[in-house]
Design a protein around this ligand. Structure first.
Ligand code: NAD
Length: 414
């Protein structure tokens, strides 16, 4: 089966349908807290919910002139690079694709032609280091199996380029530290491709949670599972993948729980099960359940797995309401709903937010960081923290006890 962290829903309703159905569900409701949830006075008077549609000013939609855009090289032309990264680069405002790196010269030539990349800017893994002589390349985007991220990130820094690396950042926290050190030594920027940080619905859940519009958050629940096909793929090979479902897809609820609370966990517990008779799980784990405890008292319970039909959800439960993403981590079609008591009634409000591509926003964030000479929003230290947390989850499962994390900010030098 082709790996796909996105979930394609034939059954997804259109925004208009969801807005209509939310209006129907909300009929008859009025009361406190609505303004904080984006409901207008007119909607209040009618007792009808109205969804928010924040709009980007037109000037922020205009692409930069090609000469002012940051030049990108994409390393690895696999499923994700071809299906998501190259289309996003075509749509980006501040970024332009200028080079490709691939082990398959025929494919690279074809993809270069389709994407307007000059044939002189097509590299192999062997002559990759000569990108140092190409001033058109500013940023290198590593879209290789996880076990190769550290090597290619360090080589790109040595060639004087900035790096966006796919998640998980590396196989281990030790590799993540080497990547950060190499970026510092080269005085170049390192960003980890946490696409969900740019998903407008995720940003909205973080805003709702941190503004305390729904009261103090108490608990979170999240999952990302999918059925991982053939046993002969790099995702099931420890050296190339680093681990199983936890670093590949469990990382999404793990990272989102830190983003949504704005807190770093203090303690984790993990439980792991893999069927010993399933040939897919000879080297990496299948099912993971993990609990994260945060300083404010919020507790999160999360699941990842490689042997269930695909499913992704995330819910934050707060004193006066909840925010729910179902699906939560799809490439497109994530849906946000908010539930709370209004007056004497319970209500659910489907929230419509501007439908911007998380991939385009992520890529342009890296280009903005380069253009403005600032730290990207998800720097290497962000990936290092997640590796330290995942290593503690594995340790907890091995030793059957809770593991305290120490001060993650201090441990990662920020
Ligand atoms: P893929 O198997 O489709 O592509 C991997 C590419 O790496 C192929 O072009 C392959 O030829 C190349 N490669 C080079 N050396 C290799 C080696 N030794 N073994 C195997 N392949 C080698 O994988 P993918 O799904 O495109 O994943 C690539 C990276 O992107 C991974 O780090 C993955 O975690 C990440 N990813 C991220 C998302 C996301 O939503 N952010 C989604 C999918 C994949």
């Amino acid at each position: 089966m082709a790996h796909d962290e996105g979930i394609h829903h034939e059954e997804v309703t259109t925004p208009e349908q969801t807005a209509d159905s939310s209006r129907r569900r909300f009929l008859g409701q009025a009361g406190l807290g609505l303004l904080g949830l984006g409901l207008t006075g007119a909607a209040l008077a009618q007792g009808v919910a109205q969804t928010e549609k924040p709009q980007t000013p037109p000037e922020e939609k205009q692409p930069f002139p090609p000469g002012q855009r940051v030049g990108w090289a994409v390393v690895g032309l696999g499923e994700f690079a071809l299906g998501q990264v190259l289309p996003a680069l075509r749509e980006a405002r501040k970024s332009k694709l200028v080079a490709l790196v691939s082990g398959s010269p025929e494919k690279a030539r074809r993809v270069a032609e389709q994407n307007g990349v000059a044939q002189r800017n097509v590299y192999t893994y062997q002559n990759f280091d000569s990108i140092r002589n190409n001033p058109e390349i500013d940023v290198v985007y590593i879209v290789l199996p996880n076990g190769l991220h550290a090597e290619y990130t360090i080589r790109a820094f040595q060639a004087g380029k900035h790096v966006l690396t796919e998640k998980p950042m590396a196989n281990t926290s030790a590799e993540a530290r080497q990547m950060i050190a190499a970026g510092r030594a080269a005085n170049r920027k390192l960003m980890v491709a946490y696409r969900a940080r740019f998903e407008p619905r995720h940003v909205e859940v973080a805003r709702l949670t941190q503004s305390r519009v729904l009261g103090n958050p108490r608990q979170m629940i999240g999952e990302f599972v999918q059925n991982q096909g053939s046993p002969n793929q790099w995702r099931l090979d420890r050296e190339l993948a680093g681990g199983g479902s936890l670093p590949d897809i469990g990382l999404y609820p793990l990272n989102f729980s830190r983003f949504v609370t704005g807190e770093e966990p203090t303690e984790v517990m993990g439980q792991i099960y893999s069927d010993p008779n399933d040939p897919r799980f000879r080297e990496v784990e299948d099912r993971v359940a993990f609990t994260m405890q945060f300083p404010s008292g919020v507790i999160g319970q999360f699941f990842s797995g490689y042997s269930s039909h695909r499913s992704s959800r995330f819910r934050v439960m707060s004193e006066r309401g909840w925010a729910d993403l179902t699906p939560a981590f799809a490439y497109e079609g994530n849906r946000l709903s908010v539930g709370r008591r209004v007056g004497l009634q319970e209500g659910t409000d489907m929230r419509e937010v501007e439908n911007k591509s998380q991939f385009v926003l992520e890529i342009d964030e890296m280009s903005s960081a380069v253009l403005e000479n600032r730290e990207p929003k998800t720097p290497g230290e962000e990936g290092l923290r997640d590796h330290l947390i995942m290593e503690a989850i594995y340790q907890s499962a091995r030793e059957n006890r809770a593991i305290r994390l120490g001060n993650l900010a201090a441990l990662t030098g920020r």
